[in-house]
Design a protein around this ligand. Structure first.
Ligand SMILES: Nc1nc2c(ncn2[C@@H]2O[C@H](COP(=O)(O)OP(=O)(O)O)[C@@H](O)[C@H]2O)c(=O)[nH]1
Ligand SMILES: [Mg+2]
Length: 299
C-alpha cells in the first residue's frame, strides 16, 4: 500500500477542480465557468487496495487585489508545498504565454516530480495544442537549476480522455507507506464546509456575472442527524443592489438557489435536507478581516 500528496496548480479556470473530481471519480470541489471559483485548498482523497492518493486542489495563481485574494494566494502556496508530486494544469484551448512558461520553470526548480496536463483537448484543436507542446519540449531535457517535466499528458475532463493513464502515472510516484485518511473519506473537509461550497456553487451558476466574486456563504446553523440535515445559511454580498438581484422578483432567485443546493446536498448525503437561506449585505467584506473570519477565510 503506497500513499502520497499530489498538488494541482495552474491558472484560474483551466480545469484544476474538474481534474481532481475526475481523477477521484466523485465530485469533491465545486466547478463553475467563472474564474476564481475555488477559494480554499481542498484535499480530495482516493483510496484503493493499492494506494491512497491525496490531491490538493488549489485556487490557482493570481495577483491578489483584496484580502480574500491574499488568502486564496496563500492557499495556492499551501497546495504547492510539501507535496510529493505536482500536477501543473494548462488550458489547451487558450494561448500559452510567457507567464505560463516562467511559472513552470519556477516550479521545476523545486525538483518535485512534475507532470504537465494540457486540459480541454475536447475543445482544443491540434493546431492550438501543438505550439504548447513545442514550447514545453525544452523542459523535457535536463538543464541547470531545475528538474524536468516527467510527462506531458493531454486530457479532457469532459470526455475523460487520458484520465486513467494520468492516474496510473501518478500512482507510480507514490512512496509513503501510511494511510493518512480512513478508507471511505473523500475529503479532509467537513460536511458543513461542503454544504457552504454547494450553496456558493449554485449561486455562481445561477447569478449574472458581476455578482459572483462578491459572494460568500456563512453557515449559522448546522445539524446533521441520522436521516436529516438542517442548515441555515447567509448568502453574503457587497451591495444592496446585489441583494435585490440575489433575492429576485418575489424571492424567485433565492428560491432557485436554495432548491438546487438542497437537491445537491441530498444527493451527496442521502439524507433529507432542510435548507434556509438569508441574503445579507456586508460592504467590502473581501477586504475586512473580521468578515473574512466569519466566512471561514482565515489564516
Ligand atoms: N471543454 C472543457 N471544459 C472543461 C474541461 N475541464 C474543465 N472545463 C470547464 O472549465 C471551467 C473551469 O473549470 P474548473 O474545474 O472550475 O477550473 P479551475 O478554476 O482551474 O478549478 C468549467 O466551466 C469547467 O466545466 C475540459 O476538459 N474540457
Ligand atoms: Mg477550482
Amino acid at each position: 500500500m503506497k500513499s502520497g500528496f499530489i498538488g494541482i496548480i495552474g491558472q484560474p479556470n483551466v480545469g484544476k477542480s474538474s481534474l481532481m473530481n475526475r481523477l477521484i471519480g466523485e465530485k469533491i470541489s465545486i466547478v463553475t465557468p467563472k474564474p476564481q471559483t475555488t477559494r480554499d485548498a481542498v484535499r480530495g482523497i482516493l483510496t484503493t487496495d493499492e494506494y491512497q492518493m491525496i490531491f490538493v486542489d488549489t485556487p490557482g495563481i493570481l495577483t491578489p487585489k483584496t484580502e480574500l485574494g491574499k488568502y486564496m494566494s496563500k492557499e495556492t502556496d499551501v497546495g504547492a508545498k510539501d507535496v510529493d508530486v505536482l500536477v501543473i494544469v494548462i488550458d489547451g484551448a487558450r494561448r500559452f504565454s510567457e507567464k505560463d512558461y516562467a511559472f513552470i520553470e519556477r516550479k521545476l526548480a523545486l525538483r518535485i516530480p512534475t507532470y504537465v496536463v494540457v486540459n480541454k483537448t475536447d475543445e482544443a484543436k491540434y493546431e492550438r495544442v501543438y505550439p504548447i507542446l513545442s514550447k514545453l519540449a525544452p523542459f523535457m531535457t535536463e538543464a541547470e537549476g531545475r528538474g524536468v517535466i516527467k510527462e506531458i499528458v493531454p486530457t479532457s475532463c469532459v470526455n475523460g480522455s487520458n484520465i486513467d493513464k494520468l492516474r496510473e502515472m501518478l500512482a507510480s510516484e507514490l512512496t509513503d507507506e501510511v494511510m493518512y485518511y480512513p478508507e471511505g473519506d473523500l475529503t479532509d473537509r467537513s460536511l458543513r464546509f461542503v454544504v457552504g461550497e454547494i450553496v456558493r456553487e449554485k449561486s455562481l451558476l445561477l447569478l449574472q456575472d458581476e455578482i459572483p466574486h462578491g459572494i460568500g456563504i456563512v453557515i449559522n446553523k448546522f445539524e446533521e442527524k441520522k436521516e436529516t440535515v438542517y442548515v441555515e445559511a447567509d448568502v453574503v454580498c457587497e451591495k444592496d443592489t446585489h441583494k435585490l438581484i440575489i433575492i429576485g422578483e418575489g424571492g424567485s432567485m433565492i428560491k432557485r438557489i436554495g432548491e438546487s443546493s438542497r437537491r445537491s446536498i441530498e444527493d451527496r448525503t442521502g439524507k433529507r435536507v432542510f435548507l434556509k437561506l438569508f441574503v445579507k449585505v456586508r460592504e467590502d467584506w473581501r477586504n475586512k478581516k473580521n468578515y473574512l473570519r466569519d466566512l471561514g477565510y482565515e489564516g
